[in-house]
Design a protein around this ligand. Structure first.
Ligand code: TXA
Ligand code: MG
Length: 316
């Protein structure tokens, strides 16, 4: 049987047996296992070479199903899910410790809950009696995958099956939201904009910068790194050889770099289109005959904030 396909029954069988399946979502592809089974979940960490202190997101198909593994869904969380789920938002809720093993949350009292917006994965979740723990399906420290082929490329030997749902439509990981002392906090910028979230729950606080915060260790600086050294535009060394540089731009070419080494993410200046293409572009620069990559600064609004965040981390 092929490793890549659209057979939900086959994917469900593997997951029921404690195996690993690559799953499509609207944000990025995930590496999924039964979230109720420590034996299955440990395989995710091994496959990705991910440190155990970095907790996983738990994917489910509905709020009703989520009630099976969290202690409660507070009002503001419900409002956010009602407004945006299924969609690119992850919400930290108090964990039911009898259901979700310590391994999934690195022992934290909260569990990250997400309802992904992809028909194949929603159908798969409906077939299962358990939710799916799934980090992005990339080796730890590398760019997240936005196609089944990306998953195959780096984790093909580790996964039992990859559900092919086409290219991810959003292209950036979900926005992670939690609640502290009555405040709404964003721990990771992502595929749902700050403006959209504030439209539902009012002013939020951003806590996206600390790399030592155990609540969001995925914020490690190198997390989105391609294989080549990346610089944000105008921070590259003065003696750089532009004939050996690639450019990731928004809507405008770089004047000193060869056109064939330039990847413009949206000729029509559309930040959603740019987000959708960002990770594939980072991967493409790995294959170019260049020494360094220079990335443009994107407008700090809408998904531009999350794009700049990922590029900053890739620049490390
Ligand atoms: O869009 C996404 O969120 C994708 C798709 C597959 O759903 N998943 C994803 O997972 O990006 P991952 O593991 O690459 O990133 C999950 C992030 C990590 O930074 C982790 O630290 C944080 O979620 N996280 C998970 N559980 C947490 C918790 N209880 N408290 C705080 N942060 C948590
Ligand atoms: Mg990740």
């Amino acid at each position: 049987m092929d490793k890549i396909g659209t057979d939900i029954t086959h994917a469900a069988r593997i997951l029921n047996q404690g195996g690993l399946v690559g799953i499509p979502t609207e944000t990025v592809y995930g590496l999924a296992a039964n979230a109720f089974s420590p034996e299955a979940v440990v395989k995710i960490f091994e496959a990705k070479k991910r440190p155990f202190f970095d907790p996983l997101i738990v994917h489910t198909h509905s709020l009703e199903a989520a009630l099976g593994f969290v202690t409660a869904i507070p009002d503001r969380a419900r409002k956010l899910f009602d407004a945006f789920a299924p969609g690119p938002i992850t919400i930290l809720l108090e964990r039911n410790k009898e259901k979700i093993p310590d391994l999934v949350t690195s022992g934290l009292d909260t569990v990250a809950v997400r309802i992904p917006n992809h028909p194949l994965t929603l159908n798969l979740l409906q077939e299962l009696d358990f939710p799916l723990a799934a980090p992005s399906a990339n080796p730890f420290g590398y760019v997240s995958p936005t196609t089944a082929q990306h998953v195959q490329q780096h984790l093909g030997a580790e996964v039992d099956y990859i559900l092919d749902g086409g290219a991810s439509e959003v292209g950036l990981e979900s926005t992670i939201v939690g609640f502290e002392d009555g405040k709404v906090i964003i721990y990771r910028l992502g595929g749902l904009s700050v403006e959209d979230i504030e439209g539902v729950v009012g002013k939020v606080e951003l806590q996206v910068n600390s790399s030592s915060d155990p609540r969001a260790p995925g914020q490690l600086k190198s997390h989105y790194a391609p294989g080549k050294k990346l610089y944000l535009e105008n921070t590259e060394p003065t003696e750089v050889d532009y004939s050996k540089a690639a450019y990731i731009g928004f809507d405008n070419l770089h004047k000193d770099i060869k056109p064939e080494n330039q990847l413009l993410l949206s000729k029509t200046s559309n930040l959603n289109e740019a987000a959708q293409k960002l990770f594939a572009a980072l991967r493409k620069t790995d294959a170019l005959d260049v020494d360094i990559v220079i990335a443009a600064k994107f407008p700090e609004s809408g998904l531009g904030m999350a794009i700049n965040d990922r590029l900053k981390r890739a620049a490390g």
